[in-house]
Design a binder for this molecule. Sequence first.
Ligand code: FE
Length: 229
Amino acid sequence: MNRAALHHISYGLYIVTSGQDEKFNGQIANSIIQATSNPATVAICINKDNYTHELIKSSRKFTVSIVSEAAPMTFIGLFGFKSGRDVDKLKDVKTKPGLTGVPIVLDYTIGVIEAEVEGELDCGTHTIFLGKVVETDLVGEGKPMTYAYYQNVKGGKSPKTAPTYDQDTAAKPKSAVARYVCTVCGYVYDPEKGDPDSDIAPGTRFEEIPDSWNCPVCGAEKSKFEIEK
Ligand code: FE
């Protein structure tokens, strides 16, 4: 079996929120499809270990925010590499209550989908939830971020809980100037790209970055980075 074929499946980048009774959370998800048109349904694939999974199981509802290419890595990192069991992810982002009562994340969002769970499929590590769409709206401008854009342009990685986690283990070509890896989240600092979200210009070597700089994804200190092997 050549698992490399799996690496060519296309995905998007979304924030899924869920919860009830003042307990809400959101997480990044890349595996979402519109399953049927009439009535409109969507299917989402969520890791059983995630707090959001627990909330979808109990509340039977979720919302999807379609993230734009303009979203910085700090924003993606908040929802993708931190657990809602440790931090209130929705505290510092713009939200509005949806029709179902679940907050909708509005920052860097192009469109929103609200759904009520109609069915689910146990997939071992993950559950696929099928949701009947109860409301949709366009709330922002821009192009939707694809997973390829997140990986190739933003330098993003899949967390261990993502269905696509093993895609990041594929061999990558070495560049002439050393790249550095965040030992906390796996983000790779590529000197050719720099970190424009944090005002680090393309062409800046890792050694030239100020010590006050933090990992743009998980917020780890610069000292947590190791040279890429
Ligand atoms: Fe990190």
